[in-house]
Design a protein around this ligand. Structure first.
Ligand code: PLP
Length: 394
């Protein structure tokens, strides 16, 4: 049976060109960039070359790029930086949204225990933060606004440029978790007035365990990892050279081919939405149009997402019920609940996240398989009949 991989919001296949760049680093340019000898200095050149290329992809300056172990670390460092820098000036209020990634939400939980006031904005039924809510929430003592560029479970894209302009005008630091957006939709830190931004390589066909924190010149980063003077003293530890160079290659490829890939992938996405539209009592979660090219999320009433995933997997289809971080727990996703979807309905969720490696043929197989599996699960569901009769189920 052929594997059909449509869980690209969880992680992506490494691209061949990124792999080639990584092999070269591991086998030939294996020096430590802090070493003074020539093989160390060649590594140092590769590191700075990767930094410049990454910076160009988001229209930043190379000295505003810090390499991290991934999106989670970048989120942690950005948020802690803005919080502690703000606290020094008596600012302890932080604005975010209810459906951020846990790397953001759990960092905010920690800060709340330390005495910060955290305000999480509503994302409404369409899964989009309202700019006027951000405007109304900003206060004299607001240290940070952190809103994700695109949501990882439902794929909705947030009004980042408008929020950036607002934060600039009100002189509040603005961070965005752009992990799902980079390489998929255009992101320009100047044009969007972004002060800090998080990137993760494995969401655009780069390697796992590496990412970027962009931090605008003038903002002094707080260290999370202490030790040597790497990353201009702001992130200790010998640089993950192969991954950094592989990430730069994958990011360049993704950004250079963004328009054609987005066009192709969104056509596949729209075909899935259309192909599933005749399934009774289903809903497409999040705004129909303001969404990532590759991500769709459905709820099918009367069934459990876990059963759906296992049966799709038997057809070779690798999908997700939401976020990889919450699978394994039986709690419905905080993202779907934040959008006002009832608990019983949120249990029957399915996320399909496509990439340019997927084909039209695969999409047709997926549509057929979803129809088959949903009607089978409903045929054995103890609540399906009640739901069809319009009765309330919990
Ligand atoms: C995947 C993801 C992260 C975490 O990135 P890692 O590199 O896996 O730590 C953070 N935020 C969002 C929106 C993500 O999709």
């Amino acid at each position: 049976m052929k594997t059909i991989y449509v869980d690209n919001a969880a992680t992506t296949r490494l691209s061949d060109s990124a792999l080639d760049a990584m092999k070269d680093m591991m086998q030939d340019v294996y020096g430590n960039p802090s070493s003074l000898h020539h093989i160390g200095q060649i590594a140092k050149e590769r590191l700075e070359d990767a930094r410049a290329r990454v910076a160009k992809c988001i229209n930043a300056n190379p000295n505003e790029i810090y390499f991290t172990s991934g999106g989670s670390e970048a989120d942690n460092q950005a948020i802690v930086t803005a919080a502690y820098n703000g606290a020094k000036k008596g600012k302890k209020h932080i604005i975010s949204s209810k459906f951020e990634h846990h790397a953001v939400l759990h960092t905010l939980d920690k800060l709340e225990k330390e005495g910060f006031e955290i305000q999480l904005l509503d994302v409404y039924e369409n899964g989009i933060v309202r700019v006027e809510d951000v405007a109304n929430a900003i206060r004299e003592d607001t240290a940070l606004v952190t809103i994700m560029t695109a949501n990882n479970e439902v794929g909705t894209v947030q009004p980042i440029k408008e929020i950036g302009a607002l934060c600039k005008e009100r002189k509040v630091i603005f961070h965005t978790d752009a992990v799902q957006a980079i390489g998929h939709i255009p992101v320009d830190v100047q044009d969007m007035n972004i002060d800090m931004l998080s990137v993760s390589a494995h969401k655009f066909h780069g390697p796992k365990g590496v990412g970027v924190l962009y931090c605008r010149k003038g903002i002094i980063l707080q260290n999370i990892i202490n030790g040597g003077a790497q990353e201009r003293g702001k992130r200790a530890g010998t640089e993950n050279m192969a991954s950094i160079v592989g990430m730069a290659k994958a990011m360049e490829d993704a950004v250079n081919n963004l328009e054609s890939n987005a066009q192709y992938v969104s056509r596949l996405r729209d075909r899935i939405i259309e192909g599933c539209s005749d399934i009774e009592l289903h809903r497409l979660n999040g705004d129909r149009y303001k969404r990532l090219p590759g991500t769709v999320n459905f709820c099918f009433e009367g069934i459990e997402g876990e059963g759906l995933l296992l049966l799709l997997d038997q057809d070779g289809i690798c999908a997700s019920s939401g976020s990889a971080c919450t699978s394994g727990s039986l709690d419905p996703s905080h993202v779907l609940l934040s959008m006002g979807i009832p608990v019983a309905v949120a249990h029957g969720s399915l996320r399909i996240s496509l990439s340019e490696y997927n084909t039209e043929e695969e999409v047709e197989t997926i549509i057929k398989s979803i129809h088959k599996v949903v009607s089978y699960l409903r045929s054995i569901s103890p609540v399906w009949e009640k739901i069809q009769n319009g009765e309330e189920v919990l």
